[in-house]
Design a protein around this ligand. Structure first.
Ligand code: FAD
Length: 330
């Protein structure tokens, strides 16, 4: 077993880990190493490759601001970037700042023990390394461990099961398949329209309806991106004000039952006029608890194959998934 000493060890190579490595090594001059369980950098955007995975924060905001050069040279192609584009961006950052030479991929930290007398951490990994360091930075994210639903019988299911947080790198072909999706949070809302494009039948189990505000995504005109992306106008007060107002409205709505119900009714009315806004109606029953911003719209052709089942899944059989009957207000 090798045993090496560093000034700092960083666990994780997502947005936080990459930046921490850059700051500690290149600005503070520390000997730093990042240890990453995944086979590549990117964190959230390395693991979450489900169809439709996309950021619900605008690309010009969802990027680093520590380097003017980076801000100038990277061109986002869409207002709300897809997983693949964010992953490409983070790979670019890792290469551009020569971070990869100090990142060990496919290396999971299994223990970290502090010796209080010497104020040294001893960090062990599943690859058999043992490192010591004065500083240990856990850039492990808050959503990097997938949680499977604890439903009786789930382990007996005879079909194929996928979790959005550990999607196969080669993708999944749903052509002609009957698919059940459990959950209509951000990931479910993004994945369902894409799965419905291929599948023969999609049944969506929804325990808790959320509001979904359409993202109005689209290509990012290079002129606009250049103008908005330059560091001197990074604050973009006009856009920030608009976004602030939307956020305030949605956050207010989360605690304000009458307002929530009003928004819900509005969404249902809109979806009658424009069937491709079905998602708004699906998620806007007046019992919402949370608010999710963003999400694509269900395209016309896919509406027919999607069925909504209100209620939590309470049992999984060998061949099917079931929920108790539930009442949902129209
Ligand atoms: C599906 C999904 C969609 C999201 N969408 C948005 C969005 O639209 N807007 C937004 O602002 N935020 C979004 N987030 C939140 C997103 O996680 C953060 O924006 C950001 O990417 C977190 O970066 P991070 O570096 O802190 O953590 P992560 O990106 O989670 O990176 C942590 C890394 O630590 C590694 N790791 C964990 N434990 C160990 C260990 N023991 N040993 C070695 N490595 C380990 C993991 O493999 C992972 O690569 C989303 C999250 C998810 C899961």
């Amino acid at each position: 077993m090798s045993r090496e000493h560093r000034d700092a060890i960083i666990v994780g190579a997502g947005f936080a880990g990459l930046y921490a490595l850059h700051r500690l090594r290149d600005d503070l001059g520390l000997r730093a190493t990042a240890l990453e369980a995944g086979g590549g950098v990117g964190g959230t955007w390395y693991w979450n490759r489900y169809p439709g995975a996309r950021c619900d924060v605008e690309s010009l905001d969802y990027q680093y601001s520590f380097s003017d050069e980076l801000l100038h040279e990277w061109q986002w192609t869409e207002r709300y970037p897809a997983q693949e584009e964010i992953l490409r961006y983070l790979q670019h950052v890792a290469e551009r700042f020569d971070l990869l030479r100090d990142i060990s991929l496919d290396t999971r930290v299994t223990s970290a023990v502090l010796d209080e007398a010497s104020t040294r951490w001893t960090v062990r990994t599943d690859t058999g390394e043992e490192l010591t360091a004065r500083f240990l930075i856990m850039a492990t994210g808050c959503l990097s461990v997938p949680k499977a639903p604890e439903v009786p019988g789930a382990d007996t299911f005879a079909g194929t099961v996928h979790h959005t947080g550990r999607w196969p790198h080669e993708g999944v072909d749903f052509t002609g398949k009957r698919v059940v999706v459990i959950g209509t949070g951000s990931s479910g809302v993004q994945a369902i329209p894409e799965i419905a494009e291929q599948a023969a039948e999609v049944t969506v189990f929804q325990r808790t309806p959320n509001f979904i505000a359409p993202a109005w995504n689209g290509p990012l005109d290079p002129e606009t991106a250049r103008a908005l992306g330059v560091p001197e106008s990074f604050a973009r007060p006009r856009i920030a004000r608009g976004r602030g107002a939307l956020r305030a409205l949605l956050l207010d709505a989360a605690d304000d039952v009458p307002l929530r119900e009003q928004l819900g009714r509005l969404a249902v009315r809109m979806s009658h006029r424009a069937p491709h806004l079905l998602w708004l109606a699906i998620v806007a029953a007046p019992a919402q608890r949370a608010v999710a911003v963003g999400g694509p719209l269900l395209r016309r052709g896919a509406v027919a194959v999607v069925q909504l089942q209100p209620g939590a899944v309470d049992r999984v059989g060998r061949r099917d998934v079931d929920a108790p009957p539930a009442e949902v207000a129209p």
